[in-house]
Write a protein that binds this ligand. Structure first.
Ligand code: SF4
Length: 326
């Protein structure tokens, strides 16, 4: 692992066994995350994009071990998170925090927002009462709230304000990496830009890295330095932001980009994606994307493509690479 890599995910899998019948016979697995590898550098924002059901949220939760991985490695500065005991894992959680799509999910309605922001400090036994109160006030101001609002309850806040509280809570113990799981998709469009800009400011001020999960490509384009595109539990394409948006190589990425006017590459036609993401319990054989692919080859339903580096830092999993047609 290179020293500037904060997180190094290697061949990570998260399968959910499916059973049937009186004897709960194992009849298959839902392969929510199926052999994913990537890294996140210090101070970097890696965008992770894909349709709903592609496994991106499960991937985020498995990295933090909110879900136990089935196999693979999650190295944080060289330490495998997947192998840590409870105590070591708790220590490591100081370094890695999550911001959820629905701020209500991380806020207890019976607690004041000040107590919610303070909770990670209490759990990790950081500071005395006075220091914690001061820290909460400081955090609230950093995210654009008034310190005096610390005594209020979540129902007194708007959706955007609640997400600001969620961000303050995630920042409380000075993490180095934040997994942001669709942090603005539940908010009004008018509020989204404010929260995204706040997250960018905070990222720069505190030198944070984000794994930024979203289904909205314009949000990813606004935020990310590099982008990974996920389809049915696997990475289809990974590249720097300029490369991915100007020169998408995977047909799935091409189709996603073509559907969003604000990110559509110049001169490209709209490519209609037919059907929904297939079930990860019973994915199509060969390339999982082949039933929806506008550039499908005869070999695509027989053989699964590997993620390969096509040019420096640009990875694609598609047989068109083998055929030299990209
Ligand atoms: Fe399409 Fe075949 Fe490439 Fe899959 S491997 S994306 S089906 S061309």
């Amino acid at each position: 692992m290179m020293s500037h890599e904060l997180l190094d995910v290697r061949d990570l899998k998260k399968y959910y066994p499916v059973t049937a019948g009186f004897l709960s016979r194992h009849i298959g697995d839902i392969k929510a995350v199926d052999g994913v590898s990537f890294h996140v550098r210090e101070h970097e924002i890696l965008g992770l994009v894909g349709e709903s059901g592609c496994g991106k949220s499960t991937l985020g939760r498995t990295i933090l071990r909110l879900e136990e991985p089935t196999s693979g490695e999650v190295l944080h500065r060289g330490t495998d998170i997947a192998k840590l005991g409870k105590r070591e894992l708790r220590e490591l959680r100081k370094e890695m925090q999550i911001i959820l799509q629905d701020p209500d999910a991380s806020l207890d309605p019976r607690m004041t927002v000040g107590d919610s922001i303070c909770e990670p400090l209490t759990i990790h036994n950081i500071g005395d009462e006075k220091e914690r109160t001061e820290r909460v006030a400081e955090l609230m101001e950093q995210v654009g709230l008034e310190a005096a609002q610390a005594t209020h309850h979540p129902h007194e806040f708007s959706g955007g304000q609640k997400q600001r509280v969620g961000i303050a809570r995630a920042l409380a113990i000075n993490p180095k990496l934040i997994i942001a799981d669709e942090p603005v998709s539940a908010l009004d469009v008018s509020i989204q830009a404010q929260i995204l800009n706040l997250m960018m400011d905070i990222q720069q001020e505190f030198g944070l890295a984000y794994l930024f999960i979203a289904h909205d490509l314009s949000v990813i384009k606004h935020m990310a330095h590099r982008v990974a595109v996920m389809y049915l539990g696997k990475i289809a394409e990974l590249a720097s932001k300029p490369e991915l948006f100007q020169n998408p190589l995977h047909p799935y990425t091409e189709a996603l980009l073509s559907a969003v006017p604000s990110v559509k590459p110049k001169g490209k036609e709209r490519i209609l994606l037919h059907g929904d993401v297939p079930s990860p319990l019973n994915p199509p054989p060969g390339c999982h994307f082949h039933p929806r692919c506008h550039r499908v080859l005869p070999s695509c339903s027989r053989k699964e493509p590997e993620l390969a580096e096509i040019s420096q830092g640009h990875f694609v999993a598609c047989h068109l690479c083998d055929a030299g047609d990209l």
